[in-house]
Design a protein around this ligand. Structure first.
Ligand code: ATP
Length: 443
C-alpha cells in the first residue's frame, strides 16, 4: 500500500454563486488498495471534493491526479478509472436490476459479448443474482444501494467513490453494505475505495485512514487508532436533568473547566441528529427507502407553503410533532405565513400556538425539556470524577446520566470540531435554512 493512486495538491473550490468557499487549499493522497474516508459534518466539503476527483466539478485551483491522470487534462481517462456511487440514486426504478446494469454497460462501451458475463459478475459481488429480474421499484433501500455499487463496478474501475453509501439505511442493512465494501477492498482486485461519510462508526469500521474535514479544511488525517491516541486520558459524558435556561450553559462549562485535570469540555447536541435520521424509520410503508435528503427537500417545500402545511398537519402526526418540537424562531417564521382565514383551518393545538405567536403572547415551554449533554476530556477519569460531581452539586444541577470511557472516534471529532459538528449535521431548522440558502444560490 505504498504507491499513491490519488494525489490532491492545494485543492480549492469556490462556488461562484453565493461566493462559497467550499474547499479551502486541501492536500492529501490516497494509496493504492486503501480505504480512505472523508469524514465531516454537512457542508464540510466532502461531496465537492469527491465530485472534483470524479471530474463532475472543476476545481477553482489545485492539481488533482487520479490513477496518474490529471482531472482537468485527462477527464475521460479519470472517468474510466473510477466507479461512482453518489448520494442521489442513479438507478431507474421502472427497470429491472439487470436492465439497469445493461444500460450502464452500454453507456460505458462494454462490448455486447462481454456484457452478460460482466453483469453476472457484479450481481454476484453484491449478492443480487436472484433479484436481477425484479423491478428496482420493488427493491429495499439496501438492495438498491447494492445495485448502485454493482453499477459503479461494471467497467472494472480501479477506484470506487462512495458518497455517503449508507445514508438513511437501517443499522442491519448498513452492516451488509460494509461487508460488501470490505470484500471489494480485500478481494482479488484490492480495489481502492474513497468513501465520504458523517457516520463515525462507518469510517472507524472501514477506513485504513480517516481525513476529518470541517468548513472546507482538513483538520486531522491519520489512522483511526492514531487519531484516538491524540486524545489521551478519559472521556466523561454527563447529561443533566432539565435545565430551564440554556443560556447558563457556557457559565457551567467554564466553571467545570476549572477542575484540575480537565482538558476540554464540549457541548453535545445529543438527540437532534438521531431524531432527524429516525424520520426515515417512521415513514409510512413504501416511503421507507426514500433518500432522507429528498424528505428534507419535501419538508422545506412544506415549510414555506401554509396550505400544504395544513394538509400535512391534518394527515401526518409526525408533521405536527415536528412543528411542536421546532425551536421558537422556526415556529415564529411559520406562524407569520398564516393569514386569519388560513388560521381557521389549522388543527389544534397548532392553531392556538400560531394565534398566540401572532399576538405576541406565546411563551415557549420546550426549553424546560432541555437536557444538555457535555463531553469532558480529562487526564484521569477516576481522579477527576469526584471533584466534577462536587462542582456540579455546587452549581445546583442534577445529573441524569454519567458515562466514562476511553476516547472514541466520535470524541476525536468533537475535540477537533467542538459542538459545531452536531449543530450542523443535526438540527432540522439548520438543515432547512441550508436548503433555503442552496435554493437561492442555485436560482
Ligand atoms: P453533505 O454531507 O451535506 O453532502 P458535504 O461535506 O458534502 O456536505 P458539500 O456538499 O461539498 O459538503 O458543500 C460544501 C459547501 O459548499 C457548503 O457550504 C454548501 O452549502 C456549498 N455548496 C455545495 N454545492 C454548492 C453549489 N452548487 N453552489 C453553491 N454552494 C454550494
Amino acid at each position: 500500500m505504498s504507491e499513491n493512486i490519488i494525489e490532491v495538491k492545494n485543492l480549492t473550490k469556490i462556488y461562484k454563486q453565493g461566493n462559497v468557499l467550499a474547499v479551502d487549499d486541501v492536500s492529501f493522497s490516497i494509496r493504492k488498495g486503501e480505504v480512505f474516508a472523508l469524514l465531516g459534518p454537512n457542508g464540510a466539503g466532502k461531496t465537492t471534493t469527491i465530485s472534483i476527483l470524479a471530474t463532475i466539478l472543476h476545481p477553482t485551483s489545485g492539481v488533482i491526479k487520479v490513477n496518474s491522470h490529471d482531472v482537468l487534462k485527462d477527464p475521460d481517462k479519470v472517468r474510466k478509472s473510477i466507479g461512482i456511487v453518489f448520494q442521489e440514486s442513479a438507478v431507474d426504478s421502472e427497470m429491472t436490476g439487470w436492465e439497469n446494469l445493461e444500460l450502464h454497460a452500454i453507456l460505458y462501451g462494454i462490448p455486447k459479448k462481454e456484457r452478460k458475463q460482466k453483469i453476472k459478475e457484479v450481481l454476484k459481488l453484491v449478492d443480487l443474482e436472484d433479484k436481477a429480474n425484479l423491478y428496482v421499484k420493488n427493491y429495499s433501500g439496501g438492495m438498491k444501494r447494492r445495485l448502485e455499487i454493482a453499477r459503479g463496478l461494471i467497467h472494472e474501475p480501479k477506484i470506487l467513490f462512495l458518497d455517503e453509501p449508507t445514508l438513511g439505511l437501517d443499522p442491519q442493512t448498513r452492516r451488509k453494505i460494509w461487508e460488501k465494501i470490505k470484500e471489494l477492498n480485500q478481494g482479488p482486485s484490492h480495489m481502492t475505495i474513497l468513501i465520504t461519510t458523517h457516520y463515525m462508526e462507518e469510517a472507524d469500521e472501514l477506513a485504513h485512514r480517516i481525513c476529518i474535514m470541517d468548513k472546507g479544511k482538513i483538520i486531522a488525517l491519520d489512522t483511526s487508532e492514531n487519531l484516538k491516541k491524540q486524545i489521551s486520558g478519559d472521556i466523561i459524558d454527563i447529561q443533566f436533568e432539565k435545565i430551564k435556561n440554556p443560556g447558563i450553559l457556557p457559565k457551567i462549562i467554564s466553571q467545570l473547566k476549572q477542575v484540575e485535570g480537565i482538558k476540554n469540555i464540549s457541548l453535545v447536541d445529543s438527540s437532534a441528529s438521531k431524531d432527524f435520521m429516525q424520520m426515515n424509520m417512521n415513514l409510512p410503508p413504501g416511503m421507507k427507502n426514500i433518500n432522507p435528503q429528498m424528505i428534507r427537500a419535501r419538508m422545506q417545500e412544506l415549510m414555506s407553503d401554509p396550505k400544504k402545511l395544513i394538509k400535512a398537519w391534518k394527515k401526518f402526526p409526525m408533521a405536527s410533532q415536528m412543528f411542536l418540537n421546532a425551536p421558537l424562531e422556526a415556529k415564529k417564521r411559520i406562524a407569520n405565513l398564516f393569514t386569519p382565514d388560513l388560521i381557521e383551518q389549522v388543527p389544534e393545538p397548532i392553531k392556538e400556538i400560531i394565534l398566540k405567536i401572532q399576538k405576541d403572547e406565546y411563551i415557549e415551554e420546550t426549553s424546560s425539556k432541555f437536557e444538555p449533554k457535555i463531553s469532558i476530556s480529562c487526564e484521569n477519569g477516576s481522579r477527576q470524577l469526584p471533584p466534577l460531581i462536587l462542582k456540579i452539586n455546587d452549581l445546583h444541577l442534577q445529573i441524569k446520566n454519567i458515562n466514562m470511557h476511553q476516547p472514541t472516534l466520535e470524541d476525536v471529532f468533537l475535540h477537533y470540531t467542538g459542538s459545531a459538528i452536531r449543530e450542523e449535521t443535526s438540527t432540522p431548522t439548520k438543515e432547512i435554512k441550508k436548503f433555503i440558502q442552496m435554493r437561492k444560490l442555485r436560482k
